[in-house]
Ligand binder design. Structure first.
Ligand code: PLP
Length: 376
């Protein structure tokens, strides 16, 4: 694990603290989620929901996850055997890879990757085979996907809406992923933590809904991003019973269970009327627009931002050549912290001039950041 000793977030957060800059590096909201969700958690603590929950998670949450899957996507899962509550999506992905991979197996993943993926693949003694989504449009290169699959490929690891690019894969791209998975009989782990955070009318289409996919897909999601409770670490997987059993076999020895009082609260969140979730997305989209305006005023070309908490810029458009140097100097130059996207790439050269900004912040914070950036 030596290669994973330090992360860019530690350095950039330290820089934000030291300089008093606005931290748009790490993607965590600066407001709390829906009132009923917070209230339910507080009440659960008071009401004594404080001991180990069942290994699979509290029934009320497993039932809420299934009702949500059916209401939003028409996907049916059995709450008794096909849902597992995890310690965030991070544990869900790690436990899935540990469960499904033997040493030497290959994991084909959309690159750049969320920062825990490469470490989780390493912990499973598996090998990461990246398929790069390239700027400016971050489109899926189906030929590259096909070329990445070998006889050793065991898992296709997908994330859409995609962090860090902010892409929402199209139906056509998802169909291509599904076809390759079926053709090569792969397990699929699909991280959909931003399922409710897609913009400009884009729908979220779960990969498990495509032909031949439900039986091979471990669908991963989490409450953190949707309900602005990233510190709660309540995630879940939905999959056929044998896959859930496999993932739980690992999970029972990593954390066993956790987050007892937060589980009923997340159940309330998942059951909120669609208009409430739409309002969450609209507020985030307005934040995106505010920040993008500032970035454009600074002469920066923006990319992605179709969903998630993030927008990327190409700093080549202002004559800069390296994202790391740019991000180290940005607090001094503009009082804002961002992260260099190259750290998420298997091949940093494919993203030297890309920089990622988070817009999951209060409007006044984003307006101030936009104003500061416009002075660049
Ligand atoms: C934030 C994030 C996670 C982590 O989710 P937790 O529930 O906090 O563990 C996983 N995947 C992606 C793509 C994320 O952006």
């Amino acid at each position: 694990m030596r290669a994973f000793r330090s992360t860019v977030f530690a350095e950039m957060t330290q820089l934000a603290t030291a300089t008093g800059a606005i931290n748009l590096g790490q993607g965590f909201p600066d407001t709390d989620g829906p009132e009923e969700v917070l209230e339910t958690a507080a009440r659960a603590v008071r009401d004594g929901v404080n001991q180990y929950p069942p290994a699979l998670g509290h029934t009320v949450l497993r039932e809420a996850v299934c009702a949500h899957q059916e209401a939003w996507y028409g996907l049916r899962y059995d709450p008794a055997t096909e849902v597992l509550v995890t310690t965030g999506a991070t544990e869900a992905v790690a436990a899935s890879l540990l469960a499904l991979c033997d040493p030497g197996d290959e994991v084909v993943a959309l690159d750049p990757t969320y920062d825990s993926y490469a470490a989780a693949v390493a912990m499973a003694h598996a090998v990461l085979r990246p398929v790069t989504l390239r700027a400016p449009d971050f489109a899926l290169d189906v030929a590259a996907l096909r070329a990445a699959v070998t006889g050793r490929t065991r898992v296709l690891l997908v994330n859409s809406p995609h962090n860090p690019t902010g892409r929402v894969l199209t139906e056509e791209e998802l169909r291509a992923l599904a076809e390759v998975a079926v053709e090569h009989d792969l397990w699929v782990v699909c991280d959909e933590v931003y399922e409710h955070l897609t913009f400009d009318g884009r729908p979220h289409l779960p990969l498990a809904g495509f032909p031949g996919m439900r039986e091979r897909t471990v669908q991963v999601s989490s409450a953190g991003k949707t309900f602005s409770v990233t510190g709660w670490k309540i995630g879940w997987v939905c999959a056929p019973a044998p896959l859930v059993r496999a993932v739980n076999t690992v999970k029972q020895f990593t954390t066993f269970s956790g987050g007892a009082p937060f589980q009923p609260a997340v159940a309330v969140g998942l059951g909120l009327p669609p208009a409430r979730l739409q309002a969450i997305r609209d507020r985030l989209q307005a934040g995106r627009d505010l920040l993008v305006q500032g970035l454009h005023a600074a002469g920066l070309q923006t990319l992605g931002a179709e969903g998630t908490y993030f927008v990327n810029v190409d700093i080549a458009s202002i004559g800069e050549s390296d994202g790391i140097a740019f991000c180290r100097s940005l607090p001094e130059r503009a009082g804002v912290v961002a992260v260099p996207s190259q750290v998420f790439h298997a091949d940093p050269d494919s993203a030297r001039t890309l920089v990622r900004f988070a817009f999951c912040k209060r409007p006044e914070v984003l307006a101030e950041a936009a104003e500061r950036l416009a002075r660049l």
